[in-house]
Design a protein around this ligand. Structure first.
Ligand code: HEC
Ligand code: HEC
Length: 215
């Protein structure tokens, strides 16, 4: 394959309906998001700000639209998602950029020539969610039976269904509570949907299982 064709194909793979997304523009827009979500979209404050790097592009677009329409209430983000601040095209560009970021899940091996700043930059990107306690066998059974159909067997999401593996546990837990309190719709118009069939132990076990299957 020629280099040119490879380039065009790469662009096409990020394209929404009709036209290619502009990743450079997406990166520029991300400078605003970085104040809370981190320079690499890695999130922060132990999950107060979720990781958004490497998330499914279609899901990012859905959520940004929901914040803008106030269907999903997010007071800190509301001003950043208003039409003037974030038109549809910017939403698509920033989503494509964020979806394209790959955060490593293992510590880097430094070269002797790496200076302190290089070392810091390399470690800042590393995304390892600390293991949490729980019954892994039950977590796996519940997850594979009730969640995998949408969030994928490996927890990385598919289509517009979000990845759960590699996301902060405290953030996921808070979202499950929001779904159960009907503050965010999950898989169903009915509050919480499938999440209402989980016991508190099941939730803890699923969260523990998700931290155990990172790459
Ligand atoms: C002032 C801080 C702040 C800024 C700036 C900000 N966010 Fe957020 N964002 C948050 C918080 C807090 C949440 C989590 C809300 C919750 O717990 O439901 C969030 C959630 C999200 C989510 C949902 C993630 C998920 O897994 O569902 C996405 C997507 C997102 N932000 C994208 C962006 C983008 C893109 C920008 C830049 C255009 C941005 N944010 C700017 C604070 C911020
Ligand atoms: C029928 C499909 C479906 C199934 C099955 C499903 N989910 Fe989801 N899940 C979704 C959708 C759709 C969203 C995004 C909803 C939205 O827009 O807020 C979501 C979002 C989530 C989120 C929030 C992610 C984030 O980044 O904010 C969590 C946590 C979650 N699901 C947990 C689970 C768990 C645990 C199970 C199994 C008990 C499960 N889901 C089963 C469809 C599903």
């Amino acid at each position: 394959m020629t280099l040119r064709l490879a380039f065009v194909l790469t662009l096409l793979s990020f394209a929404g309906p009709g036209h290619a997304q502009n990743l450079d523009k997406g990166k520029e827009i991300n400078a605003v998001c970085a104040g809370c979500h981190g320079e690499f979209g890695q999130g922060g404050s132990r999950g107060e700000y979720p990781r958004i790097a490497g998330q499914r592009g279609g899901y990012l677009i859905d959520q940004l639209n929901s914040f803008r329409a106030r269907k999903r209430v997010n007071i800190p983000m509301y001003p950043y998602t208003q039409e003037r601040e974030l038109p549809d095209e910017d939403i698509r560009d920033v989503a494509a950029y964020l979806a394209s970021i790959k955060l490593p899940t293992t510590w880097p091996v430094f070269k002797d020539s790496d200076d302190a700043l290089t070392r810091l930059t390399l470690t800042e990107r590393v995304m390892i969610i600390p293991r949490v306690a729980g019954n892994l066998a039950n977590g796996e059974a519940v997850y594979q039976k009730k969640c995998a159909a949408c969030h994928a067997r490996n927890g990385k999401g598919q289509g517009t269904y979000p990845m759960l593996v590699g996301q902060y546990t405290s953030y996921l837990k808070r979202q499950i509570e929001k779904y159960l309190n009907n503050e965010r719709p999950h898989d169903d118009a009915v509050a919480g949907g499938i999440l209402t069939t989980l016991t508190e132990h099941d939730v803890q076990d699923v969260l523990a299982y998700l931290t155990s299957i990172q790459d």
